[in-house]
Design a protein around this ligand. Structure first.
Ligand code: S3P
Length: 433
């Protein structure tokens, strides 16, 4: 695919679109089933570069995957029988792979090395390595990848305390290590990060109890493989949700989207801005709440987004900032310093994209202030970040029709989490009236 994509301003979005499988749940379905000896089927796994990174690493430890059209079979000898990787584990661009798998490595009786691409090498790793060290794991690292984990169960102690950041990647890392420790763990999280790991492990037989802020783990319970049906990714749906909410006259159906309450900050934020979003056919799939969404376009107004909402909408904030650019009044995003250490500095990248499109934005250390107005077509750069590329596409769709198309540079970044994004955009355009 070309690394530039041109998006013309679009009319209302109408029709039905099924979004790809949830990225976070896909990683966990692969990793949790790899820990258990035996076989499990995963339906609806997200086929993207990030999930491929997790599979590549797990294969190095001896896990096998048989892929067919609609599912993947995981066949694993179980964590006890993993073999040392032949070289460093390359996690590509994937923060979820490197952080979750370093927790698994803590319970393996050999040394594992971790590395990734240029972006991943710049992301903070002490947030997982410090708590692992507290558990008695020997790590060999500066503050970033590459790093090495000397695992083993003999000296692995339980974890007792609060994590340094409200991050599901950090929490999951420590949970995977705690499953193999010699004593129970109590993990306190500073904010309500996504709980897919806890849900899946509990369903597989782990002794894990979680309340609003504390997870307790009693190690040693054997894990059973479990088939997983991965729901549609709310973070992928969010691009279309936000585009539809911003463009008057839109009416878009997004069936089968995961609506775990720790992921639905984007729905709450859009509703606060005045968007009309309905959740129908609420049900459960593999222990996760799922619903069919209907979004209708209309006028939006500015809001304050802060506190626990930020954790529950962390990946959607750049696109919510795009919605803010068309909303009436001012929107402020606070408490979101974490955005600076994602695949790119998403505060800087979003602010520069919006400014290029004619929006008044003030960048702050922990967020931004966006003055609602109009979006003008422009040339913008994804900074190699999938979520910035897709947020720019939403901005382009909602831009003034006379202002011309938007050219998105490094548009192929979407491969990380949503390889069919440009195809889906074209499809929605064709059903648009
Ligand atoms: C993820 C957690 C979030 C999110 C990332 C996926 C996960 O990161 O930004 O895209 O699957 O655990 P943090 O947990 O570091 O906030």
């Amino acid at each position: 695919m070309s690394d530039e994509f041109v998006v013309r301003p679009g009319g209302p979005l109408r029709g039905t679109l099924r979004v790809p499988g949830d990225k976070s749940i896909s990683h966990r379905a692969l990793i949790c089933n790899a820990l258990a000896p035996g076989e499990a089927q995963i339906y609806g796994l997200l086929d993207s570069a990030d999930c491929r990174s997790t599979m590549t690493c797990l294969r190095q430890w001896g896990v096998e995957f048989d892929e067919s059209d609609d599912r993947i079979l995981v066949r694993s000898p179980g964590q006890d029988e993993f073999r040392p990787a032949d070289g460093v584990l390359d996690c590509g661009n994937s923060g979820t792979s490197i952080r979750l798998l370093s927790g698994v490595a803590a319970g393996l009786p050999f040394r594992s090395g971790f590395d990734g691409d240029h972006s991943l090498r710049s992301r903070p790793m002490r947030r997982v390595l410090d708590p692992l060290e507290q558990m008695g794991v020997r790590v060999d690292s500066a503050a970033t990848a590459p790093f090495w984990v000397d695992g083993g169960t003999e000296s692995l102690r339980g974890f007792d305390g609060e994590l340094p950041v409200a991050s599901a990647q950090v929490k999951s890392c420590i949970v995977f290590a705690a499953l193999r420790a010699g004593e129970p763990s109590r993990i306190v999280e500073p904010g309500p990060s996504r709980d897919h790991t806890e849900r899946m492990l509990a369903a597989m037989g782990a002794q894990i109890e979680a309340d609003s802020a504390t997870i307790r783990i009693h190690p040693g319970a054997p894990l059973r493989p479990r088939d997983v049906e991965v729901p549609g990714d709310i973070s992928a749906a969010a691009y279309w949700m936000i585009a539809a909410a911003m463009i008057p006259g839109s009416e878009l159906n997004l069936p089968n989207v995961g609506v775990n309450p720790r992921r639905t900050g984007v729905i709450d934020a859009l509703r606060q801005m005045g968007a009309r979003i309905e959740l129908g056919n609420l049900r459960e799939a593999s222990g996760e709440p799922v619903a069919d969404l209907v979004v209708r376009g209309g006028p939006l107004h500015g809001v304050l987004l802060d506190d626990e909402m930020i954790v529950r909408a962390v990946d959607e904030l750049p696109t919510l900032a795009v919605a803010a650019a068309l909303a009436q009044g001012v929107t402020e995003i606070r408490d979101a310093a974490e955005l600076r250490v994602k695949e790119s500095d998403r505060i800087a990248a979003t602010a520069s994209m919006l400014r290029a499109m004619g929006v008044e934005v003030e960048e702050r250390p922990d967020g931004m202030r966006v003055v609602g107005g109009q979006l003008q077509g422009a040339t913008v750069d994804s900074h190699g970040d999938h979520r910035i590329a897709m947020s720019a596409a939403v901005a382009a769709l909602a831009s003034e029709s006379e202002s011309g198309p938007t050219t998105i540079r490094r548009a192929d970044a979407v491969e990380i989490s949503y390889p069919g994004f440009w195809r889906d955009l074209d499809r929605l355009r064709h059903v648009a009236v």
